[in-house]
Design a protein around this ligand. Sequence first.
Ligand code: SF4
Length: 301
Amino acid sequence: MPIAPIFRVNEFALNQGSLQDFVDCRRRFLLRHIRRLAWPAIESEPALENERYMQQGARFHHLLHQHLMGVPEARLSAMLAARPADEDLRRWWENYLEWRANPHDFAELWQPQARLYPERSLSATLDGGGQPVRLVAKFDLLAVLPSTEESGTARLLILDWKTSRRSLSRSHLEGRMQTRVYPYLLARAGERLLGLPVDPDQVELVYWFAEEPLNPARFPYSQARFLEDQRYLNDLATLLLRLQDETDFPLTHDERRCAFCTYRSLCDRGVRAGEQAEAEIETGQDWLPDLDLEQIQEIEF
Ligand code: SF4
């Protein structure tokens, strides 16, 4: 029997995770974001190990946030040294420190002239066919790098920390909603936060991998890409508003997605969860899809 939608699309803010759900599987978007249906299933196996790994990912983000907010490196290193069980965390932290000491193409990022904005959110309104739809993102780190004589204008970096166990290919990352939404939102809404006009041609998104610190994935942005993303995101918002009253969003045709989806038993798409390492490749989610930093403030070191 059809169930009436609980939430309207313009009652909540879209983000890269909800948009990814929509493009991956409309049924998942309906269940997770319109009906907010909690379904008791683990997303990937082995569950306990994955839970631990997710916690480590959350702690790593929190650790870097503390460091970028001014907590001394020595204090954080000493704290980690006292926790021998946090092996992954310690390795990622050492990789991060090593990268900071030898940043190669990112030397300006760690110079005193760079302005750093860790854990900031930006939002903008999409045009859903004449109706407003809010889009938000929370960034691990935004950085304004000083202008050089050559460029004459400031470079803007978006850093996203990834703790995936397996490499995420460039083509995979390129297709993710995050790769569209982050630079688009910075170009659209960054001026108020940064205090300077944002030129899309000066924006770059960088995925930095804790397991491969010297091999970040870089995605330079551009005015042309900004206009393309604006059209694409407005079209998605329009489609979402049009479809939200439907009662039967279709299941994805790509059943590989179902192995890592909490709703698989509800959709009659299997019971057993897929392997986490495969899920990282399949979904691009290395731990939590949308980390709420207010939640991880509670994590102690
Ligand atoms: S189990 Fe498959 S069809 Fe059902 S919501 Fe998840 S991805 Fe979509």
